[in-house]
Write a protein that binds this ligand. Structure first.
Ligand code: HSE
Length: 321
């Protein structure tokens, strides 16, 4: 049994337009979580990630955070990676060890790129490994989905690729969605945040039959469009009636950035997860122009974006011991 394990977890983009709460893809942008068993329990380090010294926790915990927005991460026992770590030990009926968690962040917080999912997957996978791998991956996945409340970020964060998740009685069917090599994800990340809770609060609780049919058809088309890279299918498929119409107003400059992405050759543009990051899909020939156009359009609206041309991560959570 190892005393130290590092879990590198990819960012994710969920929904992809019509696939609200059921489809998502892993991106080549990462958070890293290193778990080191502290045996016997140690006092906290002199300096914490933010707000001074991390508090002493019964049993022993210390958390340090580096990377982007590191000073905003909670370093006490309510830290999401640690809560997920505890959850796994609770599930297997073992006492969790005292632990040091070193977090290195590359995924911005509260921007619709699955930062919470990286913490949940990192905590569960790290705990499972320190415990000697008692749980198979599908059980870790079930815990991750239960903690997050929906599967579309945690599933690709854990296993990589683009994944569709559907409930099957008490279990989940996870389906690999082939992603054509000439579909490039371009993410435009603004300098403002949008909490997932707020972005979910604005959604209706009921939808018309017409909207349900619209999204059913478009999600089917999206799956085939992603597989084939067929432009006409992708252009139509990225439309949605379940979440985007209600969330667009929360994202300053949404229309301008979308117009710019489409005018520069993108297949389409959607809200990444719950937003406010905007995701364009483009072919290799136009991806750079799309990225520049999205960035310029947002700057004209007074928003400072970071625009990244990424790839699909095919591996998911990667472990090194
Ligand atoms: N499917 C989720 C949503 C993703 O759009 O609210 C964010 O966690």
């Amino acid at each position: 049994m190892s005393n130290s394990v590092t879990v590198k977890v990819p960012a994710t983009t969920a929904n992809l337009g019509p696939g609200f709460d059921c489809i998502g893809a892993a991106l080549t942008l990462y958070n890293e979580f290193k778990f080191t068993r502290l045996d016997p329990p140690q006092p906290p380090l002199a300096k914490g990630g933010h707000g001074g010294d991390p508090p002493r926790v019964p049993g022993g915990l210390r958390i340090t955070v580096t990377g982007i927005e590191a000073d905003r991460v909670i370093t006490d026992e309510s830290n999401l990676a640690y809560q997920s770590f505890l959850k796994l030990y609770q599930h297997i009926g073992q006492t969790p060890p005292a632990v040091e968690i070193q977090i290195n962040l590359g995924v911005p917080l509260a921007r619709g790129l699955g930062s919470s999912a990286t913490a949940i997957v990192g905590g569960l996978v790290g705990a499972n490994l320190l415990a000697g791998s008692p749980l198979p991956q599908n059980e870790v996945m079930g815990l991750a989905i239960a903690l997050e409340g929906h599967p579309d970020n945690v599933v690709p964060a854990l296993v990589g690729g683009c994944r569709l998740a559907a409930t099957n009685a008490t279990d989940w069917e996870i389906c690999d969605i082939p992603w054509h090599g000439d579909i490039i994800p371009v993410v435009a990340i603004p300098d403002f945040e949008l909490s997932t809770a707020e972005a979910r609060r604005v959604l209706p609780t009921e939808y018309s039959r017409a909207d349900a049919i619209f999204n059913t058809a478009h999600l089917g088309l999206l799956v085939r469009g992603l597989e084939t890279g067929k432009r006409d299918w992708l252009q139509a498929a990225l439309q949605d009636k379940i979440h985007q119409p209600y969330r667009q107003a929360l994202i300053k400059g949404y229309d301008a950035v979308k117009d710019a992405a489409l005018a520069s050759g993108a297949y389409g543009m959607v809200i990444s997860g719950a937003g406010p990051t905007l995701l364009a899909l483009a072919d290799g020939a136009s991806a750079t122009a799309v990225a520049t156009a999205m960035g310029d359009a947002w700057k004209e609206q007074g928003v400072k974006p970071e625009v990244l041309t990424l790839q699909i991560d095919s591996q998911g959570a990667k472990v090194s011991i």
